[in-house]
Design a protein around this ligand. Structure first.
Ligand SMILES: [Zn+2]
Length: 87
């Protein structure tokens, strides 16, 4: 009876030891390099509001018209030509 118990324990040990060994080896494994903050965060884009339709768009796509010392930004050429929406 004891023989079977020992055999069962041996089988259990054989079954679990590779998993245990892998778990023990985990901390020594080289950690993956942390992602650089530059790669994660996109470049900061200044958002502007179209003077005509009021949508927000990045500054890089803006069409700017300076009128009486005031800069007005437009989302597209059509809105630039139409001008600011009358309020
Ligand atoms: Zn617009």
């Amino acid at each position: 009876m004891l023989k079977y118990l020992l055999l069962a324990l041996a089988l259990i040990w054989l079954f679990y030891s590779p998993a245990l060994r892998r778990q023990l080896h985990k901390p020594s494994a080289p950690p993956s390099p942390p992602p650089t903050p530059e790669a994660k965060t996109p470049p900061v884009q200044v958002m502007l509001t179209c003077a005509h339709c009021g949508i927000h768009f990045p500054q890089s796509e803006a069409l700017t018209l300076t009128h009486n010392g005031q800069s007005q930004h437009y989302c597209c050429k059509a809105h630039l030509q139409t001008g600011p929406r009358s309020r």
